[in-house]
Design a protein. Sequence first.
Length: 245
Amino acid sequence: MDTSPANPQLIRFSANTQGRDFAVGDIHGCFTALQQALDHINFNPTKDRLFSVGDLVDRGPESNLVLDWLNRPWFHAICGNHDFMIWRSALGDPYTEVNYVDHGGDWLDKLDHDRQRRVGERLAKLPLAIEVETPEGLVGMVHADCPYDDWQDMQNQPLSISAIDCCLWSRDRYLRNYVAHIRNVRAVIHGHITIDKVQKLGNAIYIDTGGWRTDRGYFTFLDLQTLAPTSGPGPAIPFIPRRYR
């Protein structure tokens, strides 16, 4: 695992030669349901890795478990807009354009100040982008949208404020049905936009199929080597306990 020397907000992971790599859509504080879905696909924490495309917290009942999950050596995440709102508020610098409480962030206020600080400091360290080497080529991950049409622009320079906003908040590529390929990367995987099934625009792949929803939805796992999606159950299915780190 290496931080890009040109862009400290991008982390690169070398190829997994022992097991499988998966990306998963928005989790939103539904970690028990996520664990059950991992069991469903026979995820092996001794060999496999899981990459979250952001929005670890808010809305679901278990956002307070986020530090436990971020401490698991096989679990890696980028920063989503909900993670951003929470760390800003937890560290005393609220993002004034959006009220985090109105978007499921009231769990933060129930933590003591020390716990709030630790959550804020950890979420603030999440990168805005991840890239993973695979035998078929480099796969990138950005929560909402890639601000460039060439992945090398993500690698070679620190992100501007407008580029950071795009990574966290933008829906433009999806809403415009923009199908131009992002160059110099095999695929770029996104969450942020909740959809009924995986959708692909050019080589941008949207995978948030609402595993955090209690009434419908399910977790989608995208195999980074094959780019094939597989599904696990959503929160409405009873959880079968299984402990691993």
